[in-house]
Design a protein around this ligand. Structure first.
Ligand SMILES: Nc1nc2c(c(=O)[nH]1)N[C@H]1C(S)=C(S)[C@@H](COP(=O)(O)O)O[C@H]1N2
Ligand SMILES: [Mo]
Length: 397
């Protein structure tokens, strides 16, 4: 196919001119392929763990998330945030490596090529959007967003992954060629040969720098959920060991507007809905019931997790006392009147787990107001957003 610009070679100017970028060997197909595979793997793990988190928070009828293993969500969400963070240096390096190809000549050779190039807009735009929104979310800086973070982050993820599938399909042959031994006179087997076009950095050196940066960034942040590494986590927005009663606080009682009702001596926990005997219990009534202890994490969607030793009344004991039908679903409602996370739903799997507690104590002390006094929910394998604080009511369905 002969296109219009093929007949006008004078159009090939500026960045489009031959060897405009000096033909750097660091910017080889092999560099692009290695970074592409690393980035593709991170995006895929990040997407799947993000999808899991979305389904757990907004479960459709066919989906159910088990209460065991108790720490699984901590792992999936830790992976989500870690792969998202490591995508930042990988994405920047990849864009740097392939940037000259933006001025490929001819710009388009046919329909397939046009589709492949057009798919770069959602791929690059979506990728940048995902790491940007994810980064400001874990830094809890929501202000620059004119939309609800979760919805934007979720839908753009689908667009980005769709574009990634197109891109991988289109580049599979090139990638295989670039990675085959002895590909295209590439200097990697010559071992550290210098590339004058890139200020003395060899391609292997470049990949090593990107790899080391990615590793350091991971070590400097992953301690927000991997406790033994917490002291190294100088870049983590949260440290799991810093906070009231040894656990970070996410939403304060003042922000939630619950200080007064939570400290009111007339406070009563209601157990209502589809029950034979509705209950109304003071904190002292709850303290008088059989207490159960469980070590469980608050595993926040923002990627930090902190374990606590919780003590309180198993939800299933309250359901039994109220005469709820077996297999009940329970809506947990907070004293908080507004706010996205003022309620959560316990599916039967979680509601009847022995470690699902209405916690009264944390780490050996009465629960602090900021952690949900007088009563908060804590359940195994559940995102932090669903561990409702300052509970007013359990409504059985
Ligand atoms: N009522 C209420 N409960 C809530 C929230 C909230 O905004 N309102 N935030 C949730 C979120 S996002 C997290 S991570 C945990 C944090 O619990 P903590 O402050 O005790 O660590 O509480 C959850 N419970
Ligand atoms: Mo959270």
């Amino acid at each position: 196919m002969s296109l219009w610009w093929d007949r006008h070679p004078a159009l090939r100017r500026g960045p489009w001119r031959e060897a405009a970028f000096g033909g750097s060997r660091v910017r080889s197909e092999r560099t692009a392929a290695v970074l592409g595979i690393a980035l593709g793997a991170c995006f895929t793990v990040c997407f799947l763990t993000g999808l899991a988190s979305h389904l757990i928070q907004h479960p459709p009828g066919w989906f159910s998330w088990p209460p065991r293993p108790a720490g699984l969500y901590r792992v999936t969400q830790g992976l989500h945030v870690a792969t998202g963070i490591v995508s930042v240096p990988l994405l920047l390096a990849k864009l740097w490596a392939v940037y000259p190809k933006l001025w490929e000549w001819p710009p388009v050779t046919g329909v397939a090529h046009a589709v492949e190039r057009a798919s770069l807009v959602p791929l690059v735009g979506g990728g940048l959007f995902m790491v940007f929104t994810g980064s400001i979310n874990i830094a809890r800086w929501y202000d620059p967003l004119g939309f609800f973070f979760t919805a934007g982050h979720y839908w753009v993820a689908w667009v980005t992954m769709g574009a990634l599938v197109v891109h991988v399909g289109a580049k599979a042959a090139i990638t295989r060629r670039a990675l085959s031994p002895g590909a295209g006179g590439e200097p990697d087997h010559a071992g550290g040969r210098r590339d004058p076009g890139a200020g003395g950095l060899s391609r292997r050196g470049f990949i090593a720098v990107v790899g080391a940066t990615s590793g350091l960034l991971t070590v400097a942040t992953v301690g927000q959920t991997v406790r033994p590494l917490r002291k190294l986590s100088v870049l983590a927005p949260r440290r799991p060991d810093i906070g009231i009663q040894g656990v970070p606080v996410n939403r304060s009682s003042a922000a939630a507007g619950v200080t007064e009702p939570a400290l009111d001596p007339a406070y009563r926990l209601a157990v209502t809905g589809a029950v034979a005997r509705p209950l109304s219990l003071s904190r002292a009534d709850l303290e008088a019931m059989d207490q159960h202890e469980a070590v469980l994490p608050i595993a926040c969607v923002e990627g930090w997790s902190a374990s606590g030793r919780w003590r309180g009344v198993p939800v299933r004991d309250l359901l039994a006392a109220a005469g709820a039908a077996e297999g009940a679903q329970v809506v947990v409602e907070s004293l908080e009147l507004r706010g996205r996370y003022r309620t959560s739903v316990l599916d039967p799997g979680h509601a009847y787990d022995r470690d699902t507690l209405l916690a009264l104590d944390l780490n050996g002390e009465p629960l602090h107001l900021e952690h949900g006094y007088p009563v908060r929910l804590i359940a195994p394998n559940r995102p932090g957003v669903l561990q409702t604080k300052w509970i007013a009511r359990l409504v059985v369905r």
